[in-house]
Design a protein around this ligand. Structure first.
Ligand code: MRU
Length: 362
């Protein structure tokens, strides 16, 4: 992704392999800054506090967290402890577990003195693979958008309106993103896409991250309050919904940022295609019932109470929007049952949610 004309990924190692650079997403959209992460503990904190966030990026960040641990102590105990502590940072996105299992299995079989260099290599491979998966999702999603455009007999001047929730763009991955990858591909192919961006309370990943990255890429978009989507769907202003995912069951239940389920219900009621863009590391092949089996992260009530933004004078600020003493609850994700999902866009192609297993067989 180009930011101010310069090519960027969301995470990259220092060339001497001594530390890792990340983009501090808690500062966006008002400040674009990278920070250096020098230890596994610092990476755990970056994931917990959501300086890095989004399922694929959390996996990549955890892989580099293991590399940082191996830099200082390449023993079995250090490897196992690093994986355990990184895994505890965020429970819902299965990419974290996937990346850590891969790092641990790969490194435990290697003589300790070679673990450090191999950890950096494996983390870099995970990042490169993520970019390729998302590029493939972009192409399959582009074809889907072209098919829907043809079916819905849009005139070239009419924008194709896509609604998305949260941020499943470049910032949620290493590059390209998942849900936004087909949108970037469609825009680059000359299709007049317009994106309805759900603000996505409580942390506003839509308003602050999705809107920012779409703007950087020049994709027309409009930020809406979380409650506006159903109304727009009823009035024919949404042609398609594309969301990302943090974990998808083998049977196609889609767990994504809180509020996704409500969008799926509204889309279903209005006959609007509802797609999830899902790279294979986000599929949990071991589970078949999303509602019962996916752990939903409960985050701090402070995220509901305090809204972060910028004052009129440009200063960053946090304001409290709750009455004194009102408690708040903050479940961070919800599960959209497969029956409400029109299809899943993967690196292997697009399929109905209950056909995921056959798409990935062989
Ligand atoms: O809590 P976050 O910001 O890490 O949540 C993850 C997300 O951004 C979304 O749920 C996203 O749609 C899936 S990640 C591609």
């Amino acid at each position: 992704m180009k930011i101010n004309g310069q090519q960027h990924r969301t995470i990259w190692p220092d060339p001497r392999l001594k530390f890792v650079h990340i983009i501090d997403q808690t500062l966006l959209p008002h400040r674009f800054e990278s920070v250096q992460i020098h230890s596994v503990e610092a990476m755990e904190l970056a994931i917990k506090t959501m300086q890095v966030r989004g399922a694929p990026l959390i996996g990549a960040a955890a892989a580099y967290g293991v590399a940082l641990a191996m830099l200082y102590d390449d023993s079995d105990a250090s490897l196992i402890a690093a994986c355990k502590d990184l895994l505890a940072t965020r429970p819902t996105a299965v990419n974290l577990q996937w990346a850590l299992q891969r790092m641990q299995t790969h490194l435990i079989a290697i003589e300790p003195k070679w673990r450090n260099i191999n950890a950096w290599k494996e983390a870099a491979i995970i990042c490169d693979e993520d970019v390729k998966l998302n590029q493939d999702i972009a192409q399959h999603g582009l074809k889907l958008i072209q098919d829907l455009l043809a079916q819905q007999s849009h005139t070239p001047s009419q924008p194709f309106n896509i609604l998305t929730h949260c941020n499943a763009g470049w910032l949620a991955a290493v590059d390209w993103g998942t849900a936004l990858a087909p949108i970037y591909a469609a825009h680059d192919a000359g299709i007049a896409v317009h994106v309805w961006v759900d603000e996505t309370r409580p942390r506003n990943q839509g308003a602050s991250l999705t809107a920012w990255e779409l703007g950087q890429h020049g994709v027309p978009h409009t930020v809406i309050s979380d409650n506006a989507g159903g109304h727009l769907m009823q009035h024919g202003q949404v042609d398609m919904v594309i969301v990302g995912a943090d974990r998808v069951t083998a049977t196609g239940d889609v767990c994504n940022k809180i509020g996704t389920y409500l969008k799926a219900l509204a889309a279903f009621d209005n006959g609007i295609p509802f797609y999830a863009a899902v790279p294979s590391p986000t599929i949990d092949w071991n589970i078949s019932n999303g509602l019962q089996q996916i752990p939903i992260e409960q985050r701090s009530a402070d995220e509901v109470a305090w809204v972060q933004g910028r004052l009129k004078n440009g200063e960053a600020a946090q304001v409290n929007v709750l009455p004194e003493g009102s408690p708040a609850a903050n479940p961070a994700f919800d599960v959209t049952p497969a029956r409400l999902v029109t299809g899943i866009i993967t690196e292997r192609g697009v399929c109905q949610p209950d056909k995921l297993a056959s798409l990935f067989q062989s």
